[in-house]
Design a protein around this ligand. Structure first.
Ligand code: NAD
Ligand code: WQD
Length: 351
C-alpha cells in the first residue's frame, strides 16, 4: 500500500490547494469531505490539473465507522485537518453547530487516529486565537488571547485539546498552523474560493463586486488607528499557505510533540489599500461606501513569520499583486464559482 496523507476538508478552499501542492510534490492523498461547503467539481478540477485520479470520499469526520474503514483501507501516515465550519457570523447565531462540528469533530478524528495508530496531524488554526493583540507583528510566543466569537473559540479549544493529547502520549506529533488572511487562487484559475451565499471576507466580496454579483463593497469602519482609518490585515496567497502544509508535514517526520507556526507574510495592508491595489491592477473601479465598524474587528493584525522561516524553511513568495491577479483570474474565469463552466477569461484588464 502506498503511504497516504489524509486531507479532511480537502474539497474546500485551502484544502484543495494543499491537495494540489502535495500531489505535485509526489505524495498520494485521500480527500475526505462532507461537501457541506464545497462540491465535487473541485475534485474534478484537481484531477484535470494533476492528470491523476484524486481519491475522494464523501463523508464526515464525525463518522467513526467510516474513519476506521478509511484507516484500514489506506496506509495513512499523516492527517492534514481542514474540515471545519468557518463563518464568524454563523458561529454567533448557531454556536452548537460550530462546537459540534469543529471541536467534537476533531475529537472523533483524533480518537480514530489513535485507534488506528496514526499520530501525525497538521491542524488549521487561525490568527483569531491571538484575540486582540497588544502589539504587532504577532509572534507565536505572545501566547493566545481571548477570541471574540464562537468560531475563534473552537480554534482555541482545539489547540488546547491537541496540546493535552500530545502531553498525554509521546507518540503524537502535531503542527498547529495559524493562518492570517488567505486570499488568491491557483494560477490556473481552475480552483479557488467559492463561498456559499453572500461572502463575509473582504477579497471574495471585492471580486464579486468587480464581476457584478454584488452592487457595491461595504467598508466596515473608517476611524481605526491605522494608516488610513481602515483595518490592516496580513493577506497571504493560498498557494504559499498550501506549501506551508507540505513543510509542516516534513517537519513532523523528524519531530514529536506539538508546536505552532504563524503562516503570514509579515506585511499588513489596509482595506482601502487592497481596494486601490485591485483597481490599479485590474483597471476596474470598485464602488464602495463606508459603514460603521463590524463588531469583533480589530484594528491591526499581521504576523511575525520568522519562526516558520527558521524552523520550517518556509516563507511566503507571492506578493499582493500576485494575490490580486490570481484572485481575479479565478473569479473572472468562474463568475459563479464552481457552478460556472470553466472559461479562460480575457485578462486584458490586468495591467
Ligand atoms: P472551506 O469551508 O472552504 O473548507 C472546509 C471544508 O471542510 C469544506 O469543504 C467543508 O465541506 C468541509 N467540512 C466541514 N465540516 C466537515 C465535516 N464535519 N466532515 C467533513 N468535511 C467537513 O474553508 P477554508 O477556507 O478552506 O478553511 C480550511 C480550514 O482553515 C478551516 O479549518 C478554517 O477554519 C481554517 N482557516 C481558514 C481561514 C480562512 O480565512 N479561509 C483562516 C484561518 C483558518
Ligand atoms: C478583513 C478586513 C473587515 C468584508 C476572518 C476571520 C478570521 C479568519 C480569516 C478563519 C476587516 C473588512 C470585510 C467587507 C470590509 N478566518 N471588510 N468589507 O475579519 O480579518 O478574518 O477571516 O479563521 O477568523 O475573522 O477577514 O476578510 O472578513 O476582513 O470592510 O465586505 O476587511 O472589516 O477589516 P478577518 P475579513
Amino acid at each position: 500500500m502506498r503511504k497516504t496523507t489524509l486531507i479532511t476538508g480537502g474539497a474546500g478552499y485551502i484544502g484543495s490547494h494543499t491537495a494540489l501542492a502535495l500531489i505535485n510534490a509526489g505524495r498520494h492523498v485521500l480527500v475526505l469531505d462532507n461537501l457541506c461547503n464545497s462540491c465535487r467539481e473541485c475534485i474534478k478540477r484537481l484531477e484535470q490539473l494533476t492528470l491523476t485520479r484524486v481519491d475522494f470520499i464523501k463523508g464526515d469526520i464525525r463518522d467513526s465507522r467510516l474513519l476506521d474503514d478509511i484507516f484500514s483501507r489506506y496506509d495513512v501516515e499523516a492527517v492534514v485537518h481542514f474540515a471545519s465550519l468557518k463563518s464568524v457570523a454563523e458561529s454567533v447565531s448557531n454556536p452548537l453547530d460550530y462546537y459540534t462540528n469543529n471541536v467534537a469533530g476533531t475529537l472523533d478524528l483524533c480518537r480514530a487516529m489513535a485507534r488506528n495508530n496514526v499520530f501525525k496531524l497538521v491542524f488549521s488554526s487561525s490568527a483569531t486565537v491571538y484575540g486582540e493583540p497588544t502589539r504587532t507583528p504577532i509572534a507565536e510566543d505572545f501566547g493566545t488571547g481571548k477570541p471574540v466569537n464562537p468560531y475563534g473559540r473552537t480554534k482555541l479549544m482545539i489547540e488546547e485539546l491537541l496540546s493535552d493529547l500530545c502531553h498525554s502520549d509521546p507518540r503524537w506529533s502535531i503542527a498547529l498552523l495559524r493562518y492570517f488572511n488567505p486570499i488568491g487562487a491557483h494560477e490556473s484559475g481552475m480552483i479557488g474560493e467559492d463561498p456559499t451565499g453572500r461572502p463575509n471576507n473582504l477579497l471574495p466580496c471585492l471580486t464579486q463586486v468587480a464581476i457584478g454579483r454584488i452592487p457595491e463593497l461595504t467598508v466596515f469602519g473608517s476611524d481605526y488607528p491605522t494608516v488610513d482609518g481602515t483595518c490592516v490585515r496580513d493577506y497571504i496567497h493560498v498557494v504559499d499557505l498550501a506549501i506551508g502544509h507540505l513543510k509542516a508535514l516534513l517537519k513532523l517526520q523528524q519531530t514529536s510533540g506539538i508546536d505552532v507556526w504563524n503562516l503570514g507574510t509579515g506585511v499588513g495592508y489596509s482595506v482601502l489599500q487592497i481596494i486601490h491595489s485591485f483597481e490599479d491592477i485590474t483597471g476596474i473601479a470598485i464602488p464602495y461606501r463606508f459603514a460603521p465598524r463590524r463588531p469583533g474587528d480589530i484594528a491591526k493584525c499581521f504576523a511575525d513569520p520568522g519562526k516558520a522561516k527558521r524552523e520550517l524553511g518556509w516563507t511566503a513568495q507571492r506578493d499582493l499583486r500576485q494575490m490580486i491577479i490570481d484572485a481575479w483570474r479565478w473569479q473572472s474565469c468562474n463568475p459563479q464559482g464552481y457552478q460556472s463552466s470553466f472559461k479562460i477569461a480575457a485578462l486584458s484588464a490586468v495591467r
